[in-house]
Design a protein around this ligand. Structure first.
Ligand code: GDP
Length: 302
């Protein structure tokens, strides 16, 4: 957004220690406003103060395993939080365009393969259920109040900024540490589950494109290819010339109560209408992420 000359505002929750690591390169180029998805008034005031043209809701409790430990809190942030933003828009800035980060987790126990905009949802975690609510409330405000509100059903999108608990980053981080002899093994859960993994910066372009149209419409965004956790691990270890089989151990702690086994996007509508297509495949993605972690690990002592 900065390269497109937008004035960018971010909403953040106050914490006693700052947590700006992932935005440290741009933090002096954007304006941070305090607010919280659990606090209606803070959202209404932020939108009133900023008078934004475009609003991107990428905030959520977004880690699937945590959603089983904190299902109610996940619903507050990930589901009701969307209604709170939409209410704020309706009251103080109805002309703003709104993007909601919907998720392939909504397809869950997939009813059809590949999944497109018309595939029925069957979420398999409290996170997925909450995202289905966020999706439909976005559709509902569009239809009820004529707000330009759209939902991007994005399949997994990864980058070196991904949190360490997610499979791709956990693997790439471990690969770098094993290569530098800081770690010996990597413990994972279900190696057979499959995901459609793409490169996050390209997915942000798709979000932006969705808000540039004159007509609000929801889109599925993904690569159209699916690979197992095992295949991703193989690709990541190969970047540093190691054989993944020698380092991976299975730990039941990382298995989930219900699994989403087979997700793969049919992004043809996005291609046709937005002119969007992914450019980075999972091997290239693994390389980008491993090289970034190698650089970070070489600089850090831990
Ligand atoms: P998600 O699709 O948002 O849940 O993204 P994740 O990267 O957290 O999980 C993707 C898949 O990797 C899931 O099917 C997990 O069961 C599987 N997986 C296997 N081992 C692990 C692990 O150690 N951590 C995580 N997060 N996922 C794992």
């Amino acid at each position: 957004m900065l390269t497109k000359n937008y004035d960018v505002y971010g909403v953040n929750r106050r914490t006693s220690t700052s947590n700006y690591d992932r935005i440290k390169d741009i933090v002096d180029k954007i304006t941070l406003v305090q607010g919280d998805l659990l606090d209606q008034h803070s959202l209404t005031s932020a939108i009133h103060e900023i008078q934004p043209d475009e609003i991107y809701n990428l905030a959520a409790q977004s880690f699937v395993p945590t959603s089983w430990n904190q299902p109610v809190l996940t619903g507050e942030f990930t589901a009701l939080g969307v209604t709170r933003i939409l209410e704020a828009i309706r009251l103080v800035r109805p002309e703003a365009k709104f993007y909601q980060a919907s998720s392939s987790e909504m397809f869950g126990k997939a009813q059809k393969t590949p999944q497109d905009e018309k595939t029925p949802f069957y979420p398999r975690s409290p996170y997925g259920v909450a995202k289905v609510y966020g999706h439909w409330i976005t559709v509902n405000y569009r239809e009820s109040y004529n707000i330009f509100a759209v939902s991007g059903i994005l399949f997994n999108h990864e980058s070196p900024r991904r949190g360490l608990e997610f499979s791709t980053r956990k693997i790439c981080h471990a690969v770098a540490r094993i290569k530098l002899k800081k770690q010996k093994t990597l413990k994972l859960g279900n190696l057979k589950s499959k995901r459609d993994w793409g490169y996050a910066p390209e997915y942000v372009e798709a979000m932006w494109l969705m808000l540039q149209r004159s007509k609000p419409q929801d889109f599925v965004i993904g690569t159209g290819e699916t690979h197992s956790v095992e295949e991703f691990a193989e690709a990541a270890f190969a970047v540093v010339g190691l054989d993944w089989r020698k380092y991976i151990e299975i730990d039941k702690k990382f298995l989930r109560p219900a699994e989403v086994d087979y997700l793969v996007a049919d992004p043809s509508e996005a291609r046709r209408i937005l002119g969007w297509k992914h450019r980075t495949d999972y091997r290239k993605l693994a390389e980008i992420m491993v090289l970034a972690d190698l650089e970070r690990e070489r600089e850090s002592r831990g």
